[in-house]
Design a protein around this ligand. Structure first.
Ligand code: UT7
Length: 326
């Protein structure tokens, strides 16, 4: 059976843009190094009053407006973040209250940069089993608040933002035989806790009682990312019975333009089919996939009926991919 249908999307970015040049004025880096090694030219950084919940709420409102639904139509909110407003309660509950759809299900998912894929799979499974009719799936982050701004190997890489999609439970009519039905076609998720120390935050309530800062062994993460992503993309294609050439768009996690290129090349997919926003948004962790998706819908590239592959890899390690017919 085809899964839940993706019927709307929205996104939100902080007001303030920070260019590579501005960072180079403060730390030992250069626009040239950042562009050549990552493809990043700028990032959005949250200012006063802008939090993960406020960005998530703005993205959710835009997603609801996009498909003409009201907040009361939403039964379930799954929000992926590694930078919640508070340790608890879940940021999803804050968003639920801000939207005004109190009473349904709302919780956060922590899978760092793969968070949106984990959240999408969770919401899709819950809708398929009848736990609701419509869900908001949100990826939202304020990574600027867990960066060590003196560590040039990490602070130039990340940005803040939020993206949201509206999922609708499949109906029996969605999976008519022979029809190219819209919905989630296949999803695969993975985690390998042995790689914990390659990408982590060096603090937390149960260890240091501090928030901590992001630490990453970038070169090793890079190497694992290309291998893991290629494998999971092929798993999803096999599960859906689809050839790579049939994919209209890949919407990847936006960590590094070189990872996007290498992964597409391994699959034999032309660069024109890969949505790239890392130049504008930098790495926004769980927000990056829905932000890129919404950007490509808004500029008219991704259209109804398209076959779209989402993929991401991040701390844990966690990684996953999902193939969706719009
Ligand atoms: O979102 C979760 C997943 N995350 C990722 O997928 C990130 C994966 N990793 C990467 O994107 C890349 O590994 C980085 C962008 C983090 C780094 O690129 P790299 O080509 O792997 O560089 P490197 O770490 O091997 O560093 C090369 C050199 C080093 O100098 P030496 O040791 O060769 O003298 C670094 O100290 O570049 C230096 N360097 C910098 N120079 C200027 C590191 N950061 C900077 C910087 N500005 N910001």
């Amino acid at each position: 059976m085809t899964g839940s249908r993706l019927v709307g999307s929205g996104s939100a970015l902080p007001r303030r843009v920070v260019t590579n040049g501005e960072l180079a004025a403060r730390i030992d880096t250069s626009d040239e190094w950042i562009v050549e090694r990552t493809g990043i030219r700028q990032r959005y950084i949250a200012g006063e009053g802008e939090t993960t919940a406020s960005l998530a709420t703005e993205a959710a409102r835009a997603a609801l407006a996009d498909c003409g639904l009201a907040a009361r139509d939403i039964d379930l909110i799954v929000l992926a973040t590694a930078t919640p407003d508070n340790t608890f309660p879940a940021t999803a509950t804050k968003v639920q209250h801000a939207l005004g759809c109190n009473g349904g299900i709302a919780f956060d998912v922590a899978a760092v940069c793969s968070g949106f894929l984990y959240a999408l799979a969770t919401a899709d499974s819950m809708l398929r089993t009848g736990m609701g009719r419509r869900a908001l799936v949100i990826g939202a982050e304020t990574f600027s608040r867990i960066l060590d701004w003196n560590d040039r190997t990490t602070c130039v890489l990340f940005g803040d933002g939020a993206g949201a999609v509206v999922l609708e439970a499949p109906t029996s009519g969605d999976s008519a035989p022979g029809e190219s039905a819209a919905g989630v076609l296949a999803t695969r998720l993975h985690a390998d806790g042995a790689q914990h120390d390659l990408l982590y935050v060096d603090g937390g309530p149960s260890t240091t009682q501090t928030v901590g800062h992001l630490r990453m062994k970038g070169r090793e993460v890079f190497r694992h990312a290309v291998v893991n992503l290629s494998e999971v993309l092929n798993e999803v294609l096999d599960a859906a019975g689809v050839r790579a050439a049939e994919i209209d768009w890949i919407v990847p996690h936006q960590a590094n333009a070189r990872i996007l290129d290498a992964t597409a090349r391994k699959l034999g997919i032309p660069a024109e089919k890969v949505i790239v926003t890392v130049d504008r948004h930098a790495n926004t962790s769980a927000a990056s996939v829905p932000l890129a998706f919404d950007a490509a819908r808004c500029d008219g590239r991704i259209r109804p009926g398209d076959l779209v592959m989402f993929e991401a890899m991040g701390g844990g390690f966690t990684w996953g991919a999902s193939l969706v017919r719009l």
